[in-house]
Design a protein around this ligand. Structure first.
Ligand code: CA
Ligand code: CA
Ligand code: CA
Length: 333
């Protein structure tokens, strides 16, 4: 009964949130607007040509200072076996999930915490919880819950006025692909959002839907001082095209990777795009379906600073406004 009440509260909360412009969707990773079915991390004996360049993933969760209750980090399908996961030969992989808080987590203060460029010091902070999963039917197609955590156990960020937590996922053995999702919840058994919470990463390794018509989105946030961004994508398998849309960009095509390679180019940023999100759109090729496509995306500014992708776009989903005229942008190289 209690669960049912919570369920009703959850959905009325979503409706209220939509009506008042309060976004509660940042609790789910991938986020609601992203249209991405799963994150993916392969075992360290996997081939990079399967779409994961480094066999680990780092995600951050923000809990607003105003929220004083406890919270949980839930993982959907944490095991490597059964439904959803990508088998190679037989399922023989193990994946570790670790939750970090405390000083050293905030990626603005500790650059290595971002987990970019295969640096090995991405575990900054204090480990609060961890678990390793193999093929475990009791967690197959189900949630596992970490917590409860107190918000003050996170690393406080004045910039976001929030406590930051980090989840590190590593494919510690085997060669299979672990597909999974996160949800930051107020409840250990149900997905009840923490109002104003969000999640972000600097290197996004994800799976596309097996559907021609499906368009995936990721929403990088453009901070002060950004003049252009360098986008890099890995193992896109030439699966259609990737477009950048913003209030000021109707859709700029970027260079796309093929099998097991990185492609990159520069995307100019207009001053009016500062302090808002861009919409990177992943349009699948029509015709022969590219199945089970895993892809990696990273972005950095002209200064070499990584741009975070937020699960719930800061400032909302950007919509192109043709009435705003700007100088012609140069075609990416
Ligand atoms: Ca295997
Ligand atoms: Ca899984
Ligand atoms: Ca791929």
């Amino acid at each position: 009964m209690l669960n049912r009440i919570k369920y009703i509260l959850f959905f009325s909360g979503l409706l209220l949130g939509a009506g008042e412009g309060i976004d509660l969707s940042g609790q789910a990773v991938p986020g609601r607007e992203e249209n991405i079915p799963f994150l993916v991390t392969f075992g360290r004996l996997g081939e990079t040509s399967w779409g994961d360049d480094d066999f680990y993933q780092v995600f951050f969760f923000t809990v607003p200072k105003e929220y004083t209750g406890q919270f949980f980090i839930r993982i959907f399908d944490p095991d490597v076996g059964g439904e959803h996961d990508e088998i190679q030969g037989e399922f023989n992989s193990r994946t570790s999930f670790e939750v970090y808080g405390g000083k050293g987590v905030d990626p603005d203060k500790n650059n290595e915490s971002r987990g970019l460029n295969n640096v090995k010091n991405y575990k900054g902070g204090t480990m609060l919880a961890s678990r390793v999963f193999g093929s475990e039917p009791r967690f197959d197609n189900k949630y596992f819950t970490f917590g409860p955590f107190n918000p003050t156990a996170g690393d406080f960020s004045p910039k976001w006025n929030a406590y930051i937590f980090k989840v590190v996922v590593e494919g510690v053995s085997g060669d299979d692909g672990n597909l999974y999702r996160f949800f930051m919840s107020r409840d250990p058994e149900n997905n009840i959002p923490v109002e104003g919470g969000n999640a972000f990463t600097y290197e996004y390794t994800f799976r596309m839907w097996n559907d021609f018509k499906s368009v995936a989105h990721i929403y990088p946030y453009v901070d002060t001082g950004v003049v252009y961004i360098r986008q890099r994508n890995f193992d896109w398998d030439r699966d259609g095209h990737i477009l950048v849309v913003s209030r000021y960009k109707q859709g700029i095509g970027v260079s796309i990777s093929a099998e097991n390679n990185w492609m990159e180019d520069r995307i100019p940023i207009e001053p009016a795009e500062i302090g808002s999100s861009l919409d990177f759109q992943f349009h699948k090729a029509q015709g022969e379906l590219v199945k089970n496509n895993n892809v990696v995306v990273t972005l950095e500014s002209q200064r070499g600073d990584a741009l975070p992708f937020f699960s719930s776009p800061i400032g909302g989903v950007p919509v192109y406004n043709p009435k705003i005229t700007i100088k012609k942008t140069t075609k990416p190289k």
